[in-house]
Write a protein that binds this ligand. Structure first.
Ligand SMILES: [Zn+2]
Length: 195
C-alpha cells in the first residue's frame, strides 16, 4: 500500500510576469539549502533562458537546475532525478502539458515526503487562468500571491498584457518573451480581448 510521509508539503508562488516569482522560488530553495537539505530545481524545456546546469543564488548557494520535458515523460523524469532530493523546486508550472495532470503529480511528490516549491503564472495574456495554475492552487498547502507594478498607473499588477507597438495584442496562449512582449497591468488597466 502507498504510504505517505508526513514531512512533505507543497508551497505555491503565483502572480503575473515581472512579479518576482522565480526570485522568490530561489529564495525558498536557498533557505532549505542553508539548512542542509538536498535541493533540486526543474525548469520547463520550453524556457531556454536557463540552460546552465547550476543556478547560483544571491547568497552564493549552488542549486542544481535541470531542464525537464513538459509532456507525458515529465513525471518519470522528475521522479527519477529527484529521488535523492529533500526539496524539489519547479519553475513555471503553467508550461507543462495541461493533459498530463502535472499538479497532481507534484502532489504525490509532497505525499512522498518531499517539500515542493512551485511557481506558476496566474493568468494568460487574455486574462484567463492557466489550467495548471488553477489545479495547483487548489491543492497547495500554502500559496504566495505576488504582484508586479502596473506599467500604466503604478498600481498593483496581477495581470500580464501582451503588447506590440505599445498596444495590446492577442494570439496563442504561449509565446515566450520578456519586456519586449509583455507588461504587467492592474485589473483596471488590463485590456481584455473584445469578440
Ligand atoms: Zn494600472
Amino acid at each position: 500500500m502507498y504510504k505517505k510521509n508526513g514531512k512533505g508539503r507543497m508551497v505555491v508562488i503565483t502572480g503575473p510576469m515581472f512579479s518576482g516569482k522565480t526570485s522568490r522560488l530561489l529564495e525558498f530553495i536557498e533557505r532549505e539549502a542553508i539548512a542542509g537539505k538536498n535541493v533540486i530545481l526543474f525548469k520547463p524545456e520550453i524556457d531556454k533562458r536557463y540552460s546552465k546546469n547550476y543556478v547560483v543564488t544571491h547568497k552564493g548557494y549552488k542549486v542544481k537546475a535541470v531542464i525537464s520535458p513538459i509532456d507525458f515523460k515529465a513525471g518519470d523524469f522528475i521522479a527519477k532525478k529527484s529521488r535523492e532530493a529533500d526539496v524539489v523546486g519547479i519553475d513555471e508550472v503553467q508550461f507543462w502539458d495541461e493533459n498530463i495532470h502535472f499538479p497532481e503529480f507534484l502532489d504525490t511528490l509532497a505525499d512522498s515526503g518531499k517539500i515542493v516549491y512551485a511557481s506558476t503564472l496566474n493568468r494568460d495574456h487574455r486574462g484567463e487562468a492557466f489550467k495548471n495554475s488553477k489545479s495547483l492552487l487548489g491543492i497547495a498547502d500554502k500559496v504566495y500571491t505576488l504582484a508586479a507594478v502596473c506599467t500604466k498607473c503604478g498600481g498593483e499588477a496581477t495581470f500580464t498584457q501582451r503588447i506590440a507597438d505599445n498596444k495590446p495584442v492577442f494570439g496563442d496562449t504561449i509565446l515566450i518573451g520578456g519586456k519586449n512582449l509583455y507588461e504587467p497591468r492592474c485589473r483596471e488597466c488590463f485590456v481584455k480581448k473584445r469578440d
